[in-house]
Design a protein around this ligand. Structure first.
Ligand code: KG4
Ligand code: ZN
Length: 336
């Protein structure tokens, strides 16, 4: 038998547990929290209560699906941050207790690094990037261009100075009255829309940094003016609005990614995080693969949005380095 790691993810509104043996996933179980749908965003207190209810059944199901016994687990890895404190505490306390009870090592995982290392989960259909490579990490809370030197060495060479790309999708969707999370909704309506129909301004930010708050404001003012003349303007133009907003966000991301590739001379380009599920971003990357000779790495859908498989693979690499955590470790809310 290889090294078996139990991974736990609870940074936001998904409670997830995965079992990995070396780099192969044996189980990846996620309980989504429907409770937030009524509020147009994640309510932190409700999220932590739901994690408490879900965590034991989710772990139990993961162990059962993987056809192992809990005593087979060599170490437990958990998301230490960034994320919502109350949510992180549930995963952290469960993992500490599990580690103590079974007398196995505890591994603390950075959620953003885990999104990137999802590329190293063993998969018959896709190859993993070689080091060094660039990763555009785009989620609900972060937008970064990361120079990945090895599984434990990450240098952020560009980041957002305000909203994240996922937040830009979610806020635009909210303005249009679409349910949370807005990214998949915008992606869905955009499929039948004209992406050139409306043009929104691109930010003028130096180097490899991003900004998305101006886009949100320009969508807000544009629609406010249009709705004055025609209250059903959004409904009538929903597909074209979604396609144009999505196109703008993808263009902003791609422009910086091209610049990063030029600056570093690296042409192995990966994407990670929830927004990497976006079909236009995926298409834009494949275009660039043809035009610029990039080698592009896109994770399977199941490992794009939050999941514990990515926590387990990151835990595996930390386990190999014997980079263990102690019982006094505290979760952290902001990227470090
Ligand atoms: O990585 P993730 O699951 O959670 C965080 O760590 O934040 O990312 C969630 C974000 C949300 O903002 C969601 O709207 C966005 O990913 N997202 C998408 C798509 N699927 C998820 N954005 C655009 N297109 C999608 N298909
Ligand atoms: Zn995430």
């Amino acid at each position: 038998m290889g090294i078996i790691i139990l991974g736990i993810e609870s940074s936001c509104d998904d409670t997830s547990a995965a079992i990995i043996m070396n780099r192969k996933i044996l189980a990846n179980i996620t309980a989504n929290q429907e409770v937030h749908k009524n509020y147009g965003g994640v309510v932190p207190e409700l999220a932590s209560r739901a994690h408490q209810q879900n965590i034991i059944p989710v772990v139990d199901q993961a162990i059962h699906t993987a056809k192992i016994q809990k005593n087979d687990v060599n170490a437990i890895a958990f998301t230490a941050g960034p994320g919502l404190l109350g949510s992180l505490l549930v995963g952290a306390s469960f993992s500490k207790a599990f580690s103590l009870a079974l007398n196995i090592p505890l591994l603390d995982v950075n959620h953003m690094h885990a999104h990137i290392l999802a590329h190293f989960i063993e998969n018959n259909n896709t190859k993993s990037p070689e080091f060094p490579f660039l990763c555009l990490t785009v989620s609900g809370g972060h937008t970064q261009i990361v120079l990945v030197k090895d599984p434990c060495n990450f240098e952020i060479i560009g980041k957002t100075i305000d909203d994240a790309a996922g937040e830009a999708f979610d806020k635009a969707a909210k303005i249009m009255g679409l349910p949370y999370p807005g990214g998949p909704q915008i992606n869905m309506y955009a499929k039948n829309g004209d992406r050139q129909k409306f043009s929104f301004p691109h930010p003028n930010i130096p180097d490899l940094d991003f900004s998305f708050s101006g886009l949100k404001t320009s969508i807000l003012y544009f629609l406010r003016d249009k709705l004055k003349d025609d209250p059903s303007y959004i409904e009538k133009n929903k597909n074209d609005l979604c396609a144009s907003i999505q196109h703008t966000i993808v263009e902003i991301l791609m422009n910086k990614l091209r610049k990063a590739a030029q600056k570093t001379g690296i042409n192995q380009i990966a994407i990670a995080g929830g927004v990497s599920a976006n079909s236009e971003l995926r298409r834009a990357l494949y275009n660039e693969q043809e035009k610029q000779g990039w080698q592009v790495f896109i994770p399977p859908f199941e490992y794009c949005t939050d999941n514990a498989a990515m926590i387990a693979i990151t835990g595996y690499y930390k386990y190999l380095k014997k980079d263990f955590a102690t019982q006094d470790i505290s979760p952290f809310t902001r990227y470090k």
